[in-house]
Design a binder for this molecule. Structure first.
Ligand SMILES: [Zn+2]
Length: 301
């Protein structure tokens, strides 16, 4: 083997071994829906574990969830702490079949921006509701062109997980005043996030030949207010590096625009799909409550 081949083999081996990294992003700032905590306590529950680790995260906001001055005050706290705020449309209406047309979707993006654009930390980063980027090529490309024209980048996710489904379950228990074993819930929820993180990291190594700096999608909800510190600790203890979302987004992979229809899902999923090489490993949708229902019920959460 010549020296160049040897060095490239060595570098491939190093890539395969390189520790994974993850950044946090939160969707759907539905601050008024969080039970048992005041809005400020919930915000503290997010800011504290991030500050402790000197991490910067991104919150994707739907204008309709801001709900006036109180929501703006909370978002100012988020932005003043050095975190970023991205656009998630005004209404959270889907861009897939039965959802918005390209024009209506563009208007929804503009309307969402108008609510949040003067906040500290606002950036032109756009995250698609439910990670659905258009169910036809015409819709997909119309929105890509619109975002480009308006100076937006897509706020891609690489690790998707149905955290919202676990949270729904927990909140239903709370509402019914049923017994809650939080330790059990915590264990099951962390296991679920870990399982999804490993799946997408392995997929990244197969599809791209390396572990890309991941962006984890979580929601601004009760479960993550309770458990964000544990989630960060889990990743760190298991050898993952924790990074800021802005840092993750500097990786060139985040400029990729996979040529698939329907478009969307995790970026790693979409690139796998585009390659045509991993069809049997890519369920559709990538994540959904349907996949978790039986597990959550069997655990009696
Ligand atoms: Zn959302």
């Amino acid at each position: 083997m010549n020296r160049r081949a040897f060095l490239s083999l060595l570098s491939a081996a190093a890539q395969a071994q390189s520790p994974a990294r993850v950044a946090f992003s939160f969707d759907d700032f539905a601050w008024s829906d969080i039970p048992r905590l005041t809005p400020d306590e919930a915000m503290d529950a997010y800011l504290r574990p991030l500050a402790k680790r000197d991490l910067k995260a991104t919150l994707f906001v739907c204008g309709r969830h801001v709900k006036g001055e109180r929501g703006m005050e909370l978002l100012k706290r988020w932005g003043d702490a050095g975190h970023l705020i991205g656009n998630h449309t005004f209404s959270h209406r889907s861009y897939h079949a039965g959802g918005s047309t390209p024009d209506a979707f563009a208007e929804d993006i503009e309307r969402g921006q108008a609510v949040i654009e003067n906040l500290p930390g606002f950036r032109k980063i756009f995250r698609f509701p439910q990670l659905k980027e258009g169910d036809t090529k015409i819709k997909r490309d119309a929105c890509r062109a619109f975002l480009r024209k308006r100076g937006y980048r897509t706020g891609h996710v690489t690790i998707d997980a149905s955290d919202w489904f676990y949270d729904q379950h927990l909140r239903a228990r709370l509402a019914a005043d049923g017994p809650i074993d939080l330790a059990r819930y915590r264990e099951a929820y962390l296991n679920h996030l870990w399982d999804r993180a490993i799946y997408y990291d392995v997929l990244s190594r197969k599809v791209l030949g390396r572990s890309i700096p991941h962006v984890l999608l979580l929601h601004y909800n009760y479960s993550n207010a309770l458990l964000l510190d544990s989630i960060a600790e889990m990743f760190a203890e298991r050898g993952w590096g924790l990074i800021g979302t802005e840092e993750a987004f500097t990786d060139p992979v985040y400029s990729r625009q996979p040529d698939i229809v329907p478009a969307g899902e995790s970026l790693v999923w979409a690139l796998g799909k585009e390659s045509g090489r991993f069809a049997s490993e890519l369920r559709y949708p990538g994540e959904d409550g349907e996949y978790e229902k039986d597990k959550v019920e069997a655990l009696g959460l």
